[in-house]
Design a protein around this ligand. Structure first.
Ligand code: CUA
Length: 373
């Protein structure tokens, strides 16, 4: 069959157009609050081994593509129909060729399998000198427990921002609270499931300080796409500075003008007032608020983001969240109680400003790394 020139041009144009959305998708995927979190720029040993595995597989794939397409294009041109020739000689069965095209792909598959197993084994090692952190996936936020760093047998708790030291291996024990979630920090390590009733482990070492964007990578319900977190990798000095501050419960809030003209001391009273419900779900170390349904809010002022990594932690955003959580993250647990009607009856504008001032007043003094990906 001879393809008319115009059809050929149309075909090529359609092919080129089909590639454009793919390229655009590659650019826009995983773009979060602060830039792309790309697996192609590893900043941790585990992610680096995964990229190193991708290299040889990509080049072998490219080799296969060039050889197969080369033979195809050559055949199409060399043996195209010509008006003078009759029916070409009919051939079938060539044992040698058939053996060759069975063995060659099998060999490539074996090489890929060996390389993959090697990477999997290397990435499954749990080092002895590691820092242990337990990460729990909730609908829809991440909780982080530091079992070795707590007091009185209780782990140090935080949420949404996971602090780690650079250069020291970390073993993350992964658990699911309600449904299956997935822990993924693209620049540091591969994805691992967080499954209720089962414990998984992940180990990696951050190679450079940074704020690494991370996300839940398994569909877990309505808020899945809004379930993010950040891994904050600090130099060991800075990490120890963070730890020594985070271990001590915040002092009682002082009176005075705070964020959005609120008063932190009054905000603390509102927070602890049973009628206002905050302490039913949330805890703040050193106070009577001991709720465990929502994130522990100790040193909330130091969180980089709110609502599980989707909004910068500004007083304005926090006030928006307190007015109507459902408008920001539909389906979330807090939004089932804190509805606009409920807020109108139970919280004045001043109460909300005071709450914002209180939560923002609990702040650690640790400089965060600027590099933000
Ligand atoms: Cu949690 Cu998706």
């Amino acid at each position: 069959m001879r393809i008319p020139r115009r059809s050929m041009v149309r075909l090529l144009r359609a092919g080129a157009l089909a590639i454009v959305p793919l390229l655009l998708a590659a650019c826009s995927s995983a773009v979060g609050l602060d830039g792309p979190a790309t697996t192609l720029e590893p900043a941790g040993d585990q992610a680096r081994r995964i990229v190193d595995l991708m290299g040889p597989i990509f080049w072998m794939g490219l080799g296969v593509f060039v050889i197969v397409e080369g033979i195809l294009v050559y055949t199409v041109i060399r043996f195209r129909r010509s008006p003078s020739a009759g029916i070409p000689s009919q051939i079938h069965d060539n044992t040698q060729i058939e053996i060759a095209w069975t063995i060659a792909p099998a060999l490539i598959a074996v090489i890929i399998a060996v390389l993959t197993f090697r990477t999997q084994v290397e990435n499954a090692v749990l080092p002895r000198n590691a820092l242990h952190i337990t990460a729990v996936g909730h609908q829809w936020w991440f909780e982080f427990q530091y079992p070795e760093q707590g007091a009185e047998g209780k782990p140090l708790l935080t949420a949404t921002d996971m602090y780690i030291p650079v250069g020291q291996p970390v073993i993350v024990t992964l658990k699911g609270h309600d449904v299956v979630h997935n822990f993924w920090v693209p620049r540091l390590a591969g994805k691992v499931y967080m499954i209720p009733g089962k414990v998984n482990y992940l180990s990696f070492t951050a190679e450079e300080p940074g704020v690494y964007l991370a996300a839940c990578s398994e569909f877990c319900g309505e808020g899945h796409a809004l379930m993010r977190f950040r891994v904050i990798a600090l130099s060991s000095d800075q990490y120890n500075q963070w730890l020594s501050q985070a271990k001590v419960a915040p002092a009682a809030a002082a009176s005075g003008p705070g964020a959005l003209q609120g008063d932190p001391a009054r905000g603390e009273a509102v927070f602890l007032d049973p009628k206002r419900q905050c302490a039913t779900c949330h805890a703040v170390d050193g106070t009577d608020a001991k709720g465990i349904i929502g994130p522990n809010l100790t040193y909330f002022g130091s969180r980089t983001t709110i609502a599980a990594g989707i909004l910068p932690n500004t007083p304005e955003n926090l006030a928006r969240w307190l007015h109507d959580p459902n408008a920001i993250k539909p389906g979330n647990l807090m939004g089932r109680v804190i509805k606009p009607e409920w807020v109108q009856q139970n919280l004045s504008e001043q109460d909300i400003a005071d709450l914002v001032a209180y939560l923002h007043s609990m702040k650690l003094s640790v400089d965060l790394p600027v590099a933000s990906k």
